[in-house]
Ligand binder design. Structure first.
Ligand code: ISL
Length: 539
């Protein structure tokens, strides 16, 4: 039974559409809005859809693409390569018709250096928009104003000869940081947010929101040991500034003036306690918890991540787990640990049986791994800079595998990134026809989750004793319990409980592999290799 107070962003599952790689409607090799609209039935609205409740679109605003859309040149328009504002409005209508909410990606820490605001800002020291960005004189003896580093490598300051000052950019030099201390900037960004709310957008993912403010005196950050320049500093003056809180409260008030709108923040480098401080009735609805993405394929580690998040979550906070996104190696490649299809099912069960809102990254529902690329094929700036130490983000942004046709059904043209060579076997069409596929397991899990409030909302209690191979836990709401058992290894495992469990009333809700063991006793659960089982009981 679906709970009568079901709320889309709290109880639903959200699917991350990396737009340029999802579906190409016009054959130019780049995914676009018409392509996405043509695939909405795949996501929801028909009996054999995957069953997700919302999509998060990576930035679809006009952009010179130095950082693939994360350098925005106009916050209130659609990049013509993706379609028109009319296409976007059609997307909203068509998505809503299928029960799919739409989230946009707001990149408010910086703009493109081609944004008219920056073009005006850099013209003269006296111009009205000068202070919309962070301009500083060099140090008295010469050199940049302080020691801050760019995430993508090198100094975070670029000298502008025309007006003989430096401007600050936490990312590429083509991504100058906005000066959030200026109230006009804040107003302009709230206006842009309102522009999309008025067009029916349901929520927003906020890019690196905790870096919007810098310390107004721009002091040096203290240094520490680390690999890249950015990692060799404690980011106490360029991230997590206290001014964030009133800005988020203002944004929240704006969202709350519309019905059922939501926000999810991409928190840059904070711990679970820091994360909790940004969430609540006067802040964000939730922030991504990246703990699973930092783990090795070791069940104890995942258990510790969940316990940690549960411990630190504020009373009015809401968890939000994720396994993969457009910045990270896809999890079946990152974790290793076994055949991708085996790892994919166990990871899916882990993700979709937690309290909170799960985010899926396109392609993970078919167990899609990264694409292997040569140095010459890398186009992502940090990948080009740090190769081979870091290969960048292209491998995890390859086109979706729709079917066995040319270019995996993604485009009739030349795809902007290479398609994996195995798409004839590994694709959505084949998996939708196979009830034992990774895709079918995702669909079944999503259905079970929707019908079982203990899964989305229940309190977490770890049941199994420490073990690297497997994890069992209970999820409890009044009147219902779920017991989840996961085996991370290729050999069967017996997961002994820390205390006995009343054996009555359980039924097997779902198992990743119907042919493999999933046996519950009061003292333990026995599960076959890479098995993932969910038992449910009511009363
Ligand atoms: O991907 C990373 C390094 O290569 C991360 O450190 C990433 O830069 C960080 O998580 C912030 O990410 C977000 O903002 C960036 C953009 O490139 C990312 O795609 C986006 O998710 C700048 O807008």
């Amino acid at each position: 039974m679906i709970s009568p107070d079901w709320l889309w962003w709290r109880d639903g599952a959200i699917y991350h559409v990396y737009l340029r790689s999802f579906a190409d409607g016009n054959g130019d090799g780049l995914g676009d809005l018409p392509g996405l609209i043509s695939r909405l039935d795949y996501l929801n609205g028909t009996p054999d859809s995957l069953g997700i409740d919302a999509i998060w679109l990576s930035p679809c605003f006009p952009s010179p693409d130095k950082d693939f859309g994360y350098d925005v040149a106009d916050f209130t328009a659609i990049d013509p390569r993706y379609g028109t504002l009319g296409d976007f409005e059609r997307l909203i209508t068509e998505a809503h018709r299928r029960g799919i909410r739409v989230l946009l990606d707001l990149v408010y820490n910086h703009t493109s250096d081609q944004h008219p605001w920056f073009l005006e800002s850099r013209l003269s020291k006296q111009g009205p928009r000068r202070d919309w960005y962070v301009w500083r004189d060099g140090r008295p003896g010469g050199g940049p104003p302080n020691n801050w580093q760019s995430v993508f490598g090198g100094r975070a300051w670029t000298w502008d000869e025309a007006t003989r000052q430096y401007y600050y950019h936490m990312f590429l030099r083509e991504q100058p940081d906005l000066n959030w201390h200026n109230p006009d900037v804040r107003r302009a960004l709230m206006d842009a947010t309102r522009f999309w709310l008025d067009r029916g957008v349901d929520g927003f993912r906020l890019d690196v929101f905790n870096a919007w403010y810098e310390h107004a005196d721009y002091p040096d950050n203290p240094t520490k040991i680390g690999l890249r320049g950015f990692d060799r500093q404690h980011h106490i003056y360029d991230i997590d500034r206290p001014e964030m809180h009133p800005a988020l409260a203002e944004l929240r008030a704006l969202l709350d003036s519309y019905p059922e709108r939501m926000s999810v923040g991409e928190l840059f480098g904070a711990d679970p306690a820091g994360a909790a401080s940004y969430c609540g009735d006067h802040g964000l609805h939730m922030v991504f918890n990246f703990e699973f993405t930092n783990r090795r394929w070791d069940s104890d580690g995942f258990g510790a991540s969940i316990e940690n998040a549960e411990r630190h979550m504020a009373a009015d906070g809401w968890p939000c787990y994720v396994l993969s996104n457009h910045d990270l190696s896809r999890h079946v490649s990152r974790y290793g640990g076994g055949h991708p299809a085996e790892v994919a099912r166990v990871a899916a069960a882990l993700l979709l049986t937690q309290r909170g809102t799960p985010f899926l990254y396109y392609g993970e529902e078919i167990g899609l791994p990264d694409v292997a690329l040569r140095r010459s094929q890398i186009i992502d700036p940090p990948g080009r800079r740090y190769w081979p130490l870091y290969k960048g983000r292209d491998p995890n942004r390859a086109p979706m595998h729709w079917d066995a046709g040319p270019n995996a059904g993604f485009t009739t043209g030349t795809p902007w990134l290479p398609v994996r060579p195995d798409y004839a076997e590994l694709n959505a069409a084949a998996q939708r026809a196979d009830p034992r596929s990774v895709w079918s397991f995702y669909r079944d899990l999503l259905r079970l989750r929707r019908q079982t409030s203990a899964l989305g909302r229940g309190a977490f209690e770890r049941l199994s004793q420490p073990s690297k191979g497997g994890l069992a836990y209970l999820r409890t709401v009044p009147g219902q319990q779920a017991l989840v058992a996961l085996n991370f290894r290729a050999t069967p495992v017996r997961l002994a409980f820390q205390h006995p469990v009343d054996p009555s009333g359980w039924s097997l809700g779902l198992a990743a592999h119907p042919g493999r063991a999933a046996r519950l006793t009061p003292e333990a659960v026995e599960i076959g290799s890479f098995q993932a089982a969910v038992f449910v009981r009511s009363g």
